[in-house]
Design a protein around this ligand. Structure first.
Ligand code: ZN
Length: 223
């Protein structure tokens, strides 16, 4: 009996981390398209060190990207800069907790407060949500759908190598048309990701990819 319960708990834990599957709602981990489009996504923050490193790199390659920002960390000036350069801003929860096993009101509150923080910082109301730690099970996907948002996971970029060149090479090996790449550039400790970004941008551009927001990728996928 105990073994069976542990097996069920373990299985649910694995499913909660699945990047392309959810019992409820809709989860997007990549988009079916023949066009050479890739969406880079940046999680957490915003922080000054992250934004000041990422924005100039994107601009140099004429790339548009999607930033999944945390409501409680939404610094107005940084958010405005991201939006002003034509990037998309998505909801990454308000308090960045594991969003599994909470009551309905908790999810609704996390989503609503973050939307409000981002809108008051000058962003359009987000249509995309990314779960903290990629964790979701039953209640969160339903709340995200109820809030009119699409849950966006990724198919590339997770678990970076310690070395920027190796990390960039991993991403470039994984990416195909329609890929969604997850990058964590915001925290001070994430120097590897920040140094890898220009290498990723250079490699993707050289392979003929155009770098677009997740919403643009979703539109291309439907066409
Ligand atoms: Zn996060």
């Amino acid at each position: 009996m105990v073994a069976a319960l542990l097996l069920i708990a373990g299985t649910l834990n694995e499913i909660s981390k699945a990047t392309c599957f959810s019992f409820t709602g809709r989860v997007v981990c990549r988009v079916e398209t023949a066009e050479p489009l890739v969406a880079l996504t940046f999680d957490d923050g915003p922080t000054t060190v992250g934004v000041e490193s990422v924005l100039p790199a994107l601009k140099r390659y004429n790339a548009k990207a999607t930033f999944f920002l945390v409501g409680a960390s939404t610094e107005i000036a940084l958010t405005r800069r991201i939006v002003a350069e034509g990037h998309e801003v998505g909801n990454h929860s308000f308090t960045h907790q594991r969003m599994v096993g909470h009551p309905k009101a908790f999810y609704d509150d996390e989503l609503r407060r973050t939307d409000a923080a981002l809108v008051s910082a000058g962003a359009p109301k987000p249509t995309l949500f990314r779960p903290p730690y990629g964790k979701k099970l039953f209640g969160l996907p339903i709340a995200v759908a109820r809030n009119g948002q699409t849950m966006v996971m990724w198919d590339s970029g997770d678990a970076p190598d310690r070395y920027p060149k190796a990390y960039a090479a991993e991403v470039l090996a994984d990416v195909r048309p329609g890929s969604i790449v997850l990058i964590h550039p915001m925290f001070r400790s994430r120097e590897t990701e920040r140094q890898a970004l220009p290498l990723i941008l250079e490699g993707l551009t050289r392979r003929g990819y155009r770098l677009v927001t997740v919403s643009e990728l979703l539109r291309a996928g439907r066409a």
